[in-house]
Design a binder for this molecule. Structure first.
Ligand code: CDP
Length: 234
């Protein structure tokens, strides 16, 4: 039985969050998103010419996303270079961004999205996706909505929001479900499942994830508002 969370949070409570945009002057758009001890920074370049040219699409922009973990982001030093996990996460982020960014507005062009995890304590794909979507908005790309992403799941018999690595490793059994929403469209743009879960619990997991994502959505919007109100003052 998992009756009290390791970090004493309520089962449906997010870790403390920080969000800011415009952190990388050389990028067209950028953002930092931190949730507990997980932090991702994202930089966006484009739309630009497609390179290599054969990847060009006549009817839309191509999003190219790179996800990487800094060597110092985990206790065991992440191996430098892109591994299969990095490739998979880059791909799921690309798929979700393709639903959020109005890629059809920029035919024959490319949007480069670079996401780096500076600190990892579970939930890095969700933090990365949230940071990437804020960076796209910061770059002024037209979007159907921001993406708000968070992991939910089960630890022992309990449904929990925003698992830590310690919870993911709980020996009584655990299920991790990263979820990403376009909140104003009520659309899920990423849903993955690591572990086994009953249909009933899965419904609860998605519901708790959705409520958490809506809170993250508000924080993202506040960060963007702060950025643009500061810009209009200067
Ligand atoms: O990070 P996320 O939960 O989206 O993906 P994961 O592949 O389920 O990884 C879970 C966690 O394992 C990461 O957030 C890190 O805390 C940890 N991890 C690690 O310690 N070393 C790695 N090379 C990869 C992941």
């Amino acid at each position: 039985m998992y009756e009290e969370r390791f970090d004493k949070r309520k089962f449906d409570e997010l870790r403390p969050i920080e969000a800011e945009t415009g952190i990388i002057p050389n990028a067209d758009g950028s953002a930092r998103f931190r949730i507990g001890n997980t932090e991702a920074i994202a930089a966006v370049y484009g739309p630009t010419e497609v390179k290599p040219k054969h990847l060009e699409k006549l009817d839309r922009a191509v999003i190219m996303c790179k996800y990487d973990m800094m060597s110092f982001s985990v206790p065991d030093r992440a191996k430098p270079g892109v591994d299969r996990r990095d490739m998979e996460i880059g791909e799921v982020i690309t798929n979700a961004l393709n639903r959020a960014v109005m890629v059809e507005e920029f035919p024959k062009s490319m949007i480069g999205v670079y996401v780096y995890v500076t600190q990892a304590d579970a939930g890095t794909r969700c933090a990365s996706l949230t940071a990437a979507s804020m960076a796209c908005a910061d770059a002024g790309l037209p979007m159907r909505d921001l993406i708000a992403a968070v992991a939910a799941g089960t630890v022992g018999d309990s449904v929990v929001l925003d698992l830590t690595k310690e919870e993911e490793d709980y020996e009584g059994g655990t299920t991790d479900v990263p979820i990403a929403f376009l909140p104003s469209k009520n659309e899920i743009v990423l849903l993955q499942l690591d572990g086994a879960v009953s249909r009933e619990d899965m419904k609860k997991v998605i519901e708790v994830g959705k409520v958490g994502a809506l809170k993250i959505y508000e924080i993202e919007k506040e960060a963007l508002k702060r950025r643009f109100s500061n810009e209009s003052k200067s």
